[in-house]
Design a protein around this ligand. Sequence first.
Ligand SMILES: [Cu+2]
Length: 121
Amino acid sequence: MKALTVSVLAVALLAGCGGGGSVAQPAGSIKVTMTEFKFDPSTITAPSGKVVFYLVNAGNNTSHDMIIRDSSGKKIAGSELISAGDSAVFTVDSIAAGSYTIVCDQPGHESSGMKGALTIS
Ligand SMILES: [Cu+2]
């Protein structure tokens, strides 16, 4: 019974490492820093296919996300919500060449300037 308790605790600790927090930047990823209220860089270019973003929330006390919309305004992909001080990897498995918009869809953020352009070539 004691051994079981120990292994359950170990699993809980491992699981705790997976949710939120900070992660290292994967090789080949595009780093985008999010603050109130902008993306840096706000103009991003990438080749078509799989695109990996490394999102860093360097803001104060405000969670942000990154939503990709196509030229018609339709959402094609979106990251998880990232707390201030945290980072996350946002992978888009397949994206076609074209012009896209990136926005943070938290209330008021896009209208405050948290948007940018994504060009896939
Ligand atoms: Cu935001």
